[in-house]
Design a protein around this ligand. Structure first.
Ligand SMILES: Cc1cc2nc3c(=O)[nH]c(=O)nc-3n(C[C@H](O)[C@H](O)[C@H](O)COP(=O)(O)OP(=O)(O)OC[C@H]3O[C@@H](n4cnc5c(N)ncnc54)[C@H](O)[C@@H]3O)c2cc1C
Length: 596
């Protein structure tokens, strides 16, 4: 993404001062576009891409990092959802069909997840009934290149996965697919930007512009520079996930959701190469599953009434998940959990049902039709697995309003990197990077991987160019070239965003070993001052600490404190370390890290 890619399809005006009922801050510019998309989660990014493919001018603003809301915190499964089959077969069908589409357009970003579903003698549902459900699910498998289930005897299952509980009666296999959800969001947004859209992270919609009752755009604030702009748009699409009621309220409208919080425990490495079903104390289905270099366990689904911007995982939630996993994998507590993730599903409102029973369907709301407020649309609910289809539906509705007749091409047009396969061994030899580094780079960038290694070093400046990219984060692994690429070509704006964009610091050391090196690479690439680099480092480590604390116990606390003391304290960042939590070194409100 070009820095400020915006501007190709937008017009700048002279600075104006916003007065009248709004905050009396200077609006430094006004941009004009056809559709403003609010939210860079999977739905917003998917809609922005679809619109640009149909030739519509778009601006996409995201208040944090792309995918940093619910999308990244999901289980990342592009599955039909076996448990929706009974009550929501349409959702299962749509998700399976769209999973097939996602696999076609982003083959580099997906990975197969073979599942084992153990059946215990005292389970509420016996093996015969389970098998009937799986036979039904088999009918959907071909849409997503899935294999039909098989039934394994107790001995066969234990041979396949010795970590399973010996108490099982038998087990079933089941075939699913996973995706790097944050990278999928980024790929959609980056493709939109390459096609001329403005894509801007850390940019929050703080007000909606109105003219004679119609929504005509939004006022946005850059969270890093403090700048405020206005973006005039013919249509505004509210794709703010669980925050969408808040955005709708800016126009005086109510959109009701039933937000459901879900947490995952992330293990420092694979517990098993298979996903393993587990049952919670309350009978809920959960699982441990391989996800990229790690394993994850989860998830919960609890009504959420708290502050979406201050969501924490509780020790109770951790205990609930571990208890469930322990029944299927008795040794699970011997594996180290290195951090947690938490997100809130933007589930459609329903009353009088348990969270698990709520529909995973979605809605596109035209507020002109529903509330007499034209110019504003909202997309709510749904699943990551069906995002492309939901985006197609929403984009059809927007295009109908704009009079655009182009049809959708997102099911057949590859996402960046998905255009062709790549010889990873040749990549490894050509750039002298180790095989695992080449494999992971290909996973994130697909056919564009050579471009990442080729382009970044020279752009970075001849004196800094290194013939061989060096490893910054060994867990993933991430090279300096990839960080430079993200900064200069993908519009990455903070060190903390690297955890989502390239999975920096999500492994065993939680960033203690790589953060300083990564901060220094980004400081060079983005021209950060020493003070800014120190702030970024402290914020990044503060965030890794925040997501590690709910699972810290015993010797782990000492180990992490030692890491922090060695990597943070000794470098003199201890005071700034509090900055991430509003300490004395944090930038004051309106401070300009990225000066206008
Ligand atoms: C624990 C959990 C597990 C899940 N697992 C799966 C799964 O395995 N498979 C599956 O298909 N689905 C899964 N889901 C559901 C799926 O993750 C969501 O349906 C999907 O990610 C929602 O995407 P979204 O774009 O609507 O929301 P988000 O990803 O939340 O995107 C909305 C974005 O809007 C931004 N925003 C908010 N307000 C503003 C503003 N004022 N200005 C600018 N930006 C703003 C936010 O920062 C956010 O990034 C799971 C959900 C959870 C919570």
């Amino acid at each position: 993404m070009k820095a400020d890619a915006a501007c190709e399809n937008t017009r700048r005006s002279e600075p104006i001062c916003a007065g009248g009922g709004r905050r009396d801050t200077t609006v430094i510019r006004t941009l004009t576009t056809q559709v403003l998309v609010v939210g860079g989660g999977i739905n917003g990014a998917g809609i922005a891409r679809d619109l640009t493919l149909r030739g519509v001018r778009v601006a996409l603003v995201e208040k944090g990092e792309l995918g940093g809301g619910t999308s990244w915190a999901s289980s990342g499964m592009i599955h039909g959802g076996l448990r929706y089959l009974q009550k929501d077969p349409e959702v299962t069908l749509h998700s399976c069909v769209d999973s097939g589409n996602i696999q076609r357009i982003a083959p580099h970003l997906i990975f197969r997840i073979p599942f084992l579903m153990p059946v215990f003698r005292d389970d509420a549902i016996g093996a015969e009934l389970v098998e009937i459900g799986l036979e039904m699910y088999d009918r959907f498998q071909s849409f997503k290149r899935g294999k039909p289930h098989t039934r394994l005897s107790r001995e066969q299952a234990l041979r396949l996965e010795p970590a399973l509980s010996p108490q099982i009666e038998c087990a079933f296999t089941l075939d699913e697919w996973g995706v790097d959800a944050a990278r999928l969001c980024a790929a959609n947004a980056l493709d939109a930007a390459d096609r001329g859209a403005l894509v801007r992270t850390h940019t929050e919609v703080i007000g909606l512009l109105r003219e004679a009752g119609r929504v005509t755009g939004a006022r946005v604030r850059d969270g890093l520079s403090g700048e405020e702009w206005e973006i005039e748009a013919e249509l505004v699409m509210n794709a703010a996930g669980p925050w969408l009621p808040r955005v709708a309220r800016l126009a005086g409208l109510e959109v009701k959701l039933r937000p459901g919080k879900g947490v995952h425990l992330v293990f420092e490495r694979r517990v098993s190469d298979l996903a393993i079903y587990a049952t919670g104390i309350d009978g809920r289905d959960m699982f441990t599953f391989p996800h990229e270099q790690n394993s994850m366990a989860g998830t919960t689904d609890d009504d959420f009434y708290g502050d979406l911007d201050r969501m924490e995982t509780t020790e109770d939630e951790v205990a609930y998940v571990l208890q469930a996993m322990e029944r299927s994998i008795p040794g699970i507590r011997h594996h180290r959990v290195c951090h947690v993730t938490a997100g809130v599903r933007p589930t459609l409102f329903g009353f009088g049902k348990y969270e698990d029973e709520l529909s995973r369907d979605y809605q596109v709301i035209d507020h002109g039709e529903r509330d007499g407020v034209p110019g504003l649309f909202t997309i709510a609910g749904g699943k990551l697995a069906a995002y492309r289809l939901m985006a197609e539906d929403a984009t059809d509705r927007l295009c109908a309003k704009l009079g655009v007749r182009e049809s959708c091409r997102t099911a057949t047009t590859a996402l960046p990197g998905g255009e062709a396969p790549l010889d990873v061994a040749a990549l490894s030899r050509r750039f002298r990077v180790a095989w695992p580094t080449a494999v992971r780079l290909f996973f994130r960038h697909g056919a564009h991987a050579p471009r990442v290694l080729e382009q970044s070093a020279p752009t970075f400046g001849a004196e800094l160019a290194t013939p061989t990219p060096s490893i910054v984060c060994a867990c993933e692994p991430v090279t300096d070239a990839e960080l430079v690429h993200a900064a200069l070509r993908e519009g990455l704006r903070t060190l903390t965003d690297c955890s989502l964009r390239v999975r920096l610091g999500v492994g065993a050391c939680q960033g203690a070993s790589c953060a300083a090196a990564a901060a220094s690479v980004l400081a060079e690439a983005l021209g950060w001052s020493a003070e800014r680099a120190a702030y970024e480092l402290a914020t990044f480590l503060g965030e890794r600490w925040r997501v590690a604390t709910p699972v810290l116990a015993g010797a782990q606390i000492a180990a992490l404190e030692l890491h922090r003391a060695a990597d943070v304290g000794a470098r003199g960042f201890t005071r700034a370390d509090r900055a991430g939590h509003g300490g004395e070194d944090s930038p004051r409100h309106g401070a300009t890290w990225e000066g206008a």
